[in-house]
Write a protein that binds this ligand. Structure first.
Ligand SMILES: [Zn+2]
Length: 157
C-alpha cells in the first residue's frame, strides 16, 4: 500500500505508451492477498517471489519495516479486514504466506473500492480482480461480518 502511488504512476506511463500505439491495457492485481511474513521461511518465500520478478524486498525502501506493522486504513487496522478461520477463531493464513481480506468486511470493501478508483484514474482499459476464490486455510470466513450475514440469510439464532 505505501507504494500504490508509485505503482499507479508507472501504470499510467504504461497506459499512455500503449494507447499511443492502440494497445489496450488491463491491469491485474490480487484483490485481497497480502504478504505477512511471520518467520524466516515466510521472508525467504517473499524474497523468492520478488526475485522471480527481477525485484527484491530491499528494492522497496522501508518494506521490511512496513511489514512488521499493522497499518491503519481509514481509521481501522488492516488486520481487522482479515478472514477468520471458523475452526480456530484465528486469522486464516494462505499458501502465499500471508492473510486474505474478507469481502464481507465493510471497511475492507471501502478501502478496496477506493484502491480500484485509483487504478481506474490511470486510464486503464480494464482491471482483472484476481484471487477472489481464496478462502483462508481453505475454509469460508467466519469473521463477525460473515457470521452476521449468515444469520440474516438463514434466519439462524
Ligand atoms: Zn468474513
Amino acid at each position: 500500500m505505501p507504494y500504490w502511488d508509485k505503482i499507479n504512476k508507472c501504470l499510467e506511463n504504461i497506459v499512455k505508451a500503449c494507447h499511443k500505439y492502440g494497445i489496450k491495457v488491463v491491469e491485474h492485481h490480487s484483490s485481497h492477498l497480502t504478504f505477512d511474513p511471520l518467520d524466516s521461511q515466510d521472508w525467504d518465500y517473499m524474497e523468492r517471489v520478488l526475485n522471480k520478478r527481477h525485484s527484491s524486498i530491499d528494492s522497496w525502501e522501508g518494506l521490511r519495516d512496513y511489514l512488521t506493522k499493522d497499518p491503519i486504513i481509514n481509521g481501522k487496522p488492516l488486520s481487522s479486514f482479515r478472514q477468520v478461520d471458523g475452526r480456530t477463531g484465528k486469522w486464516a493464513r494462505l499458501l502465499y504466506h500471508g492473510y486474505a481480506m474478507c469481502f464481507n468486511n465493510p471497511n475492507y470493501r471501502l478501502a478496496y473500492f477506493s484502491y480500484l478508483e485509483s487504478v481506474y484514474k490511470t486510464g486503464v482499459d480494464g482491471i482483472m480482480t484476481d484471487d477472489v476464490q481464496w478462502f483462508g486455510d481453505g475454509h469460508a470466513c467466519a469473521c463477525q461480518y460473515c457470521r452476521e450475514l449468515f444469520k440474516q440469510l438463514y434466519k439462524a439464532e
